[in-house]
Design a protein around this ligand. Structure first.
Ligand SMILES: Cc1cc2nc3c(=O)[nH]c(=O)nc-3n(C[C@H](O)[C@H](O)[C@H](O)COP(=O)(O)OP(=O)(O)OC[C@H]3O[C@@H](n4cnc5c(N)ncnc54)[C@H](O)[C@@H]3O)c2cc1C
Ligand code: SF4
Length: 488
C-alpha cells in the first residue's frame, strides 16, 4: 500500500540533471547524469496510488505505474521489473524516449508537479539489466507455426518477442543493415545509446527470435514466397514516406530530408566507415548555417546533431505559434498537455522561430545559399501571411523535418493488395488484421506517424491477434484496440 501522504513529504518533483552543455556537445553520449536510488525512492513515494490511477489510461501500454512506484519505494526492485515487464517489453526505450502522456494524466499534476514516472521506469529497467535479472524467457514448447515480421522497429520487435514466447518460430526481416528501425537510425545516440538496443536483441535471439537484416521484403523476397513459407505475417514497416516542401528552389543542392541526414551521424557512432578524407559523413552540418524546417521532435534531433557536428548557426522554423509556458486551455488535465517544451537539444543553442512560412529557396551555382519567408497568423483555421513580414535568411544546409505521410506503397504493400485507409495507412480490424487473411499490421504502418510507446502497444496487440488466428485462442495480452485517429 503506497504512502498516501508521500506527496506531502516530498513536494518537489526532481529529475536527473543534464550534463553541462559545453561538455555534452563534445561527445554523443546520453545527456543525463546519474540519478541516485535514494532520490528516486523519494520521487516514487510522491505517488499516492490515488484509487483511479489516470496514469494507466494515459499510458498506451496500460503500465501498472502505482504498483511499480510502490515497489521502488519499498526497495523491491526485482518485483518492480516483473510488474513493468508484464505490460512493456522495452521499458529501456520508453523510459528514455517517451513523451510520457502518463505524467500529463497524473492526479498529482492537477495542482502540483506530476510524479516523475518515466524516470522511475528507466531506473527500474537499467537496474534490472545491471543486476542480471533480464534473462531470456524461451517458450516451453514450439507450436510448429512460422511467423514473418516485416520491419524491426519497436512495433516489429514487440510483436516478435510476444510471438516467440508464445512458441511460434519468428523471423524478423529488415531492409536496413541493422535491426532497430527508427530506434537505430533515426533517434540520435545522445537521446538513446544504441547499446540499449543491442542488449535487448541479445535477449530476443537467445529466446529464439531470428533476425534477417539486409532483406527488403517485396524486392529480395517476393510476397508470394512470404505467403508460401509463413503461416502468418506481421507488417511493421513504419510510416517512412516523408512530407516534402515543393516550393521554388527545392531541387538545389544542400536541401535534405531529416531522415537523409540523421542516419549518417548514427552510422558514424556505430563505427561504420562512412566518413570522407575531411573526417565528415556525406551530409554534415560542420561549419554550416543550418535551417531546420519543422519544430517537432525530429527537428530537435537535427538540432542536437547539427551542434555536435559543429554547425556555425542553427535556426529551427515552425509554422505554428509558440505554445504557452504551461498547459494550454485546449488540453485540460488529464489530456496530454500542449505547452512549450525545451528538449536537451534546444538547451544547447540555436534559434527557435515560430509562426513562419518558407516561400522559396534561393541559390547560386546549383547550391542553396538562402531562403525567403514570411510570418503567418491563423485566421479562421487557415494560415495567412502577415503583410510586410517578408525576410531572407542565409543558409547552406536546409533540413526538412515536417513529418511523414504514411507507409511506402511500392513493392510490399502494392503486391500484397492490402486495403489502405483514407489517411494512407494500412487498414486493420480490431485484431490488427489487414484485409488479406493471415496478414496483420502494427505500429506506424497502420497507425500513421506516432510514438514508440504506441508502436510497442500495437506490436503486443497484433501478436495477440496473430496467436488467436493461428491457435484459435490466445493468452497474450492485447493492451489496445486500433483507433482511427492517431494520437501522439
Ligand atoms: C528522427 C525521429 C525521432 C523520433 N523520436 C521519437 C522519440 O523521441 N520518442 C518517440 O516516442 N517517438 C519518436 N519518433 C517516432 C518513433 O520513432 C516511431 O513512431 C516508431 O519508431 C514507429 O515504430 P515502427 O516499429 O512502427 O516503425 P519504424 O521504427 O519506422 O521501423 C520500421 C522498419 O521497417 C523497415 N521496413 C520497411 N519496409 C520494409 C520491407 N519491405 N522489408 C523489410 N523491412 C522494411 C524499415 O527499414 C524500418 O527499419 C521519432 C521519429 C523520428 C523519425
Ligand atoms: S511508456 Fe510512456 S506513457 Fe507509459 S509509463 Fe512509460 S513514460 Fe509513461
Amino acid at each position: 500500500m503506497p504512502d498516501p501522504r508521500g506527496f506531502l513529504k516530498y513536494t518537489k518533483r526532481e529529475t536527473p540533471k543534464r550534463r553541462p552543455v559545453p561538455l555534452r556537445l563534445r561527445d554523443w553520449k546520453e545527456v543525463y547524469e546519474d540519478f541516485s536510488h535514494d532520490t528516486l525512492r523519494e520521487q516514487a513515494t510522491r505517488c499516492m496510488d490515488c484509487g483511479i490511477p489516470f496514469c494507466h489510461n494515459g499510458c498506451p501500454l496500460g503500465n501498472l505505474i502505482p504498483e511499480w512506484n510502490d515497489l521502488v519505494r519499498n526497495d523491491r526492485w526485482r518485483d518492480a521489473i516483473e510488474r513493468l515487464h508484464a505490460t512493456n517489453n522495452f521499458p529501456e526505450f520508453t523510459g528514455r524516449l517517451c513523451p510520457a502522456p502518463c505524467e500529463g494524466a497524473c492526479v498529482l499534476g492537477i495542482n502540483q508537479d506530476p510524479v516523475t514516472i518515466k524516470q522511475v521506469e528507466v531506473e527500474i529497467i537499467d537496474n534490472a539489466f545491471d543486476e542480471g535479472w533480464v534473462v531470456p524467457l524461451p517458450p516451453d514448447k514450439l507450436t510448429g507455426k512460422k511467423v514473418a515480421v516485416v520491419g524491426s522497429g519497436p512495433a516489429g520487435l514487440a510483436a516478435a518477442q510476444q510471438l516467440t514466447r508464445a512458441g511460434h518460430t519468428v523471423i524478423v526481416f529488415e531492409r536496413a543493415d541493422r535491426i532497430g528501425g527508427l530506434l537505430r537510425y533515426g533517434i540520435p545516440e545522445f537521446k538513446m545509446e544504441k547499446r540499449h538496443i543491442d542488449r535487448r536483441l541479445a535477449q530476443m535471439e537467445a529466446e529464439g527470435t531470428q533476425f534477417r537484416p539486409g532483406v527488403n521484403v517485396g524486392v529480395d523476397i517476393t510476397v508470394a514466397q512470404l505467403r508460401l513459407n509463413y503461416d502468418a505475417v506481421v507488417l511493421a514497416g513504419g510510416a517512412t514516406a516523408w512530407r516534402d516542401l515543393p516550393i521554388p528552389g527545392r531541387d538545389l543542392d544542400g536541401i535534405h530530408q531529416a531522415m537523409e541526414f540523421l542516419p549518417w551521424a548514427n552510422r558514424v557512432q556505430q563505427g561504420d566507415p562512412v566518413v570522407g578524407d575531411d573526417g565528415e559523413p556525406p551530409i554534415t552540418a560542420k561549419g554550416r548555417k543550418v535551417v531546420i524546417i519543422g519544430g517537432g521532435d525530429t527537428g530537435a534531433d537535427c538540432l542536437g546533431t547539427s551542434h555536435r557536428q559543429g554547425a556555425e548557426s542553427v535556426h529551427q522554423f515552425e509554422i505554428m505559434p509558440q505554445p504557452p509556458e504551461s498547459r494550454a486551455d485546449s488540453t485540460p488535465w488529464p489530456v496530454y498537455p500542449l505547452m512549450m517544451r525545451v528538449s536537451s537539444a534546444h538547451e544547447e543553442g540555436g534559434e527557435r522561430v515560430y509562426s513562419v512560412n518558407t516561400e522559396e529557396f534561393i541559390g547560386r551555382d546549383g547550391k542553396v545559399t538562402g531562403l525567403r519567408g514570411h510570418e503567418v497568423e491563423m485566421v479562421a483555421g487557415k494560415f495567412e501571411k502577415i503583410d510586410g513580414s517578408d525576410f531572407e535568411l542565409e543558409t547552406d544546409l536546409v533540413l526538412l523535418a515536417m513529418g511523414f505521410v504514411g507507409p511506402e506503397r511500392e513493392g510490399l504493400l502494392n503486391e500484397l493488395s492490402v486495403d489502405i485507409t483514407d489517411r494512407g495507412n494500412v487498414a486493420r480490424d480490431a485484431n490488427f488484421a489487414t484485409t488479406v487473411p493471415g496478414v496483420f499490421v502494427a505500429g506506424d504502418m497502420g497507425r500513421g506517424q506516432s510514438l514508440i510507446v504506441w508502436a510497442i502497444a500495437e506490436g503486443r496487440a497484433a501478436a495477440a491477434g496473430v496467436d488467436r488466428y493461428l491457435m484459435g485462442s490466445t493468452a497474450l495480452p492485447a493492451p489496445i484496440k486500433p483507433t482511427a485517429v492517431p494520437q501522439r
